[in-house]
Design a protein around this ligand. Sequence first.
Ligand code: NAD
Length: 423
Amino acid sequence: MAKLKSITIPVSTYEYVLRYLDKAAAKIKLDENLLRIIKDPRKITIVKLPIQMDDGSFQVFTGYRVQHSTVRGPGKGGIRYHPNVNLDEVKSLAAWMTWKCAIMGIPFGGAKGGITCDPKKMSMNELERLTRRYAADLADVLGPEKDVPAPDVNTNAQTMAWIMDTYCMHRGEYSPSVVTGKPVVLGGSRGRHDATGNGVAIAVREAAKALGMKLNECTAAVQGFGNVGSIAARSLMEKGVKVVAISDVNGGLENKKGIDVNALIKYTAGNKGSISGFSGAKEISKNRILTFKCDILIPAALENVITEKNAAKVKAKIIGEGANGPTTPDADAILRKNGVTVIPDILCNAGGVTVSYFEWVQDRLGYFWSEEDVNNRLEEHLVRAFNDVFAVSREFKCSLRLAAYILAVKRVTEVLLLRGVYA
Ligand code: NAD
């Protein structure tokens, strides 16, 4: 929250999205009519979801689905369950998906969804009813050729299975490619669960290479130990990085000799997902993580955590943005001034959507690939995208973030111009 005299005004993440977009548009002198078109989401759906709770009472939840762009293909993007989900956040996340898919060169637009709820306080039965009601209300909005959801914060393969089943029941057809991130036995892709975290580590490896840093001499701190944070930490460890600090919503851990990430993943599985109480490290305040002394920082929790208040205190040389939107534009400028290389979210965490694309392709073919095949294709896509963004940053003498936006905007507007504006 930014303070203005005594009035507190909420920060609009979408304003941040637009600021980056304006900068990229100015750099490439984008036609202002095109800019106007890509600034606004194409379609916003808001649904009210009355759900019977286990105690017999009814609660009404609010659900969102925003399709930012369907110019390059069907909408694509996760579904988030969190008490702070709101339209501004979902719009931002949807726009980032548009840029992400364009940078990766995969044939999707951008979309995102969410429900304002606290899943930690809900039973599995309540979550299933909520998910199915949301999917039923969105049955006409979603579809393999229209808009394809995936997991995000507090949703997982089971959530996707419920959405797929509800959609199929409504359509009277078997249509697994309506969602990605499903369990493998339901048409999910091997390698999807680990794809975002593995992709973060690949992007960090490429950045380290470009900076002449050796991963086996580097330390890392990771904020968030969910799907993205835990796998990114593991993958970095496998590449020789010493992971010295990790945090989640409950607290932080530090071990200067390196945290055994595999042991911590096993521990959290039996500890309701929480890192608290792990014996292989010292407990620290979770607030120390972003400014922890390390070479590589991986924010992998939520947005707007690196701000103008803490950016100058960041000690890492590389930030690999596992989360979407973890750095505010003001913080981004401070980091650039201080020589910190930020691998932007729309490149760094795009491994997930890339393997989601592979899943969609496999479902439509009805022919499934080995994990090795998936991982090799992921590696190939991410390295190519990193090199594309890196080349643009050289050409325009700008940060990787601005370069990523420039590349994405060019690719989206090229297609927009070819298709023309139907009016
Ligand atoms: P998740 O629900 O699996 O994990 C989130 C983690 O963040 C949990 O460990 C939670 O405890 C932690 N966390 C929450 N608040 C925190 C705080 N204040 N301090 C420290 N830790 C905190 O979610 P996820 O799927 O790993 O997603 C994390 C981020 O990555 C989100 O921004 C999401 O949009 C982004 N992302 C996810 C994917 C994907 O494939 N899952 C793909 C691209 C981007």
